[in-house]
Design a protein around this ligand. Sequence first.
Ligand code: T1G
Length: 703
Amino acid sequence: MSDLIHYRLEEGLALIGLDRAPVNALGQALRAALSDACERAAADPRVMAIILYGERGLFSAGADITEFGTDASFAEPDLPSTLVRLTEIHKPLIAAVGKLALGGGLELALACGYRVGEPGTRVGLSEINLGLLPGAGGTQRLPRLIGAESALNLILSGEQIGAERALLLGILDRIATGAEQLLDEARAYAFELISCSAPARPAEAWPQPAEDLPDDFLARYRSEHESRWKSRLAPRLVLSALEAACLLPLEEGLARELTLFKQAESSRQSKALRHVFFAEREAARIPGIESNLQLRKVEKVAVIGAGTMGGGIAMNFVNAGIPVALLELKGEALDRGLMQIRQNYEISVKRGKMTAKQLEQRMELLYGTLDYADLADADLVIEAVFEKLEIKQQVFRTLEEVCKPGAILATNTSSLDVDQIAATVSRPQDVIGLHFFSPANVMRLLEVVRGKATAPDVLATTMKIAKRIGKLPVISGVCFGFIGNRMLEPYAREAHRLVLEGATPAQVDAVLTGLDLNMGVFSMLDLAGIDVNFLIRSANRAASAHDESYCRLGDELYAMGRYGQKSGRGFYLYQGRNRQEDDEVVALSARLAGELHVPRRSIDDQEIHDRCLFMLINEGIQLLDEGIALRASDIDLVWINGYGFPAHLGGPMHYAEHLGLDKILSGIQHHRRALGEYGEMWFRPAPLLERLVAAGRNRIERL
Ligand code: T1G
């Protein structure tokens, strides 16, 4: 027997333990070993019932994602046929579902006749997060167990649900007293089934999965939800599979599911989402720092500034059960900040996302203060004051005096030089940038900015604490705007220039949302605030002084007091959140073009795509070459989680590889020529891009 499976016979029970660290991914070798073990138990007359369980407590995280797109994915015995074989065994098969059963792991449990969980069990069909659909029976067996509508919602959401809800839905038959008791109680359940000669598989709970649903349920579901899916393929394939579950006998439904699955597996979108899955795991690794490095303890946190950012940052820590001291200079500002946090939580209570008791527990972890001395025992201090270098430096000088040795001093600056801030204290090794994205209690991305003096344990500790507060930390070096905002600059510059040359803000944004970006650049600038963007630009004016037309439209709107959504007018006109084109902006851009001698012409969507995206990508490749980003996949994570770049395109770097680096280089060179002096100024291919293309390489990595 392979060491991937533990097999033992106990009093008529065959206990089959899956043992492939870390998550019992159902790769070819484990499938083969599992299949052999089940055949053995099925054939052994001494065996009255079979129990499958995870040897290390975790049941299975599903198919082996590393196999997708390779021959191993469907190498014999493939998962769908292995599970069909399990359903043909004429002995009760019980899945003891410890900790986690996701994707193929849940499908394995669904192929068993009976399922027992424990209080910490979480189950889900998370394939959609990988641009896939369940491919081993999930879309056919789950609807027959819990009904078509519940199954559809679970598969389309890809969410993980807890044991209680799984029991309620009928996915689990029982919940053991505790994780420790799971196997014992699964045994007891097996003996019960044997003693009452229970069938190998109980009758289907929903032989007609769509029994009490209107005939046009799925069709209406598609029409109501299709727009939200944008160009995503997987949700549409899931619906087709559910249609098969409702209309076809099981065997035919399984065959249909397999066809749809293979379509998804070979799709560009799934390749992109699988890239994102591994990119997230890779981002946590810090080259040159051992994973067993001694970290600093973080049990108490302090946040300076109770404004929108400071309040949101504080919420992340109290949500994770970490007490926070929130400091402000004035009482009314502190009260306003604490009140805002309470109101945010009250909204969550109204939405049923937390209880009133939990709200009070969170507020009890918050301690408002006007006195820096109250920060003396904080392990981590995060400064979130006004985005001005001198102000931040002054705060750090004060922190130097009050904070204990070993406290981590972090700045939430979104673009300023972390080294210049660190230079104001005698312990720059304790200083790091933690760039949260607004709203800080919601946005998952956290740019962790390593200063030239930042100590390895400070970096490793903040990466760990970031994960603990539910963030996706991505390491950036120090430069203006770090990874995200630095790439935003050429992207927004091109958008501004295209409007001067004849496009409209709506046309530019339509091209970008047409690519499934959550938001066009002008809508994003209006949301973030034209004033905020103007101040960031002003702090780096020297870099664009040679171009009179540089974001001139934004500067003009700022001068007119049009700050975007918050002032009801920016690049668009706003009635509440309703956005509409503003003819005055189009007229203004024409006037500015005249003053700046920028020729106007009609501009097609392809040019808008190429100029905005190629400049974004080019800047990403440049900052990778400079070592600001550790890897191209980190850049993808920043733009997916911070700027609404579609995950099913894999992020701007993955998208660039899909388009072809040679095509991007020739596109940049074309516009350099076509746009005359302006082209000369800005369309400079990143040297790394030129080196990669010259070397015939299409993978973005340092060379
Ligand atoms: N395949 C291969 N490797 C996997 C894996 C998987 N399914 N799941 C995790 N890993 C690796 C991961 O890369 C990392 O490796 C290590 O395990 C620990 O993971 C036919 C089509 C399970 C909740 O979508 O959501 O079944 O970086 O760092 O934070 O219908 O991993 O250490 O080298 O994430 O504790 C469906 C994906 C597959 C679950 C654990 N399954 N995994 O989170 O640790 S498709 C999923 C997760 C499928 C069938 C279909 C999470 C986790 P390394 P980790 P974690």
